[in-house]
Design a binder for this molecule. Structure first.
Ligand code: PEP
Length: 232
């Protein structure tokens, strides 16, 4: 089975650069690759060979939600994949668990594929594995873990954008625990790069990777897709 490779551009790149990116990716992707991209809103569009998802959406059909994108607009763009619960939205934008669950439930009723992110901060991690497990379980509160279109992403905050991934033992320990709570595929995210991707993907409970900074360069991202392909 192919491992999932997902790229999260966050608020990087421009529409022009992303159009070029899509073209190059389109020409390099192989039929069995499972590739997802989460670009900023202005680059949301349909794609044949890889999936494009939104980094965020407001749980409503349309309405007075300045700065947000809603269901009607996503449907019009043929987008039915959504990232929910990313730590940057939880911490910088103040999205609490209740709101993450509200979004999840709204888009679940619309059959969206939901990439749902969870992850502890350093303070929690330093309190030990029991505390970490409790914290992660709380981030699943209100989420239907049996939803067939759910993909979970474990992203320890202390590893995101720091260049220092969690260790293989740490990743496997958390993923094995999460598999006891949730039958979904589980991606690891947090400073995944070309030089650590293969060993992370080889872990038994890792079904793919969610990649931030290392996805921004198309050729680097293609190399990572190729590495994942070699494992399938
Ligand atoms: C992310 O924010 O989803 C992420 C994994 O970022 P990075 O790969 O840059 O750590």
């Amino acid at each position: 089975m192919s491992k999932i490779i997902a790229g999260n551009f966050k608020s990087n790149l421009t529409r022009t650069k992303i159009q070029e990116y899509y073209q190059i990716l389109d020409s390099k992707i192989m039929p069995n690759d499972e590739v997802f991209l989460f670009p900023p809103f202005f680059a949301l569009q349909q794609s044949q060979k890889f999936q494009i998802g939104a980094q965020n959406a407001y749980p409503a059909n349309n309405g007075a939600f300045t700065g947000e994108i809603t269901l009607e607009a996503l449907k019009d763009l043929n987008i039915n994949t959504l990232l929910i619960g990313h730590s940057e939205r939880r911490t910088l934008l103040g999205e609490n668990q209740e709101f993450c669950a509200q979004k999840f439930n709204f888009f679940k009723t619309q059959d969206f594929s939901i990439f749902y992110c969870i992850g502890e901060n350093l303070e929690v991690r330093q309190k030990g594995f029991e505390m970490t497990k409790k914290f992660l379980a709380a981030q699943l509160q209100g989420i239907d873990t049996n939803y067939p279109n759910l993909i979970l992403a474990y992203e320890p905050i202390w590893a995101i954008g720091t260049g220092k991934s969690a260790s293989l033992e740490e990743i496997e320990e958390v993923h094995a625990f999460l598999k006891t709570l949730c039958p979904a595929k589980i991606l690891y995210g947090g400073s995944v790069q070309k030089n650590n991707l293969t060993e992370i993907l080889k872990l038994p409970n890792v079904d793919g990777a969610l990649i931030g900074s290392a996805s921004l360069d198309i050729y680097n991202f293609i190399d990572m897709i190729t590495l994942a392909r070699e494992l399938s």
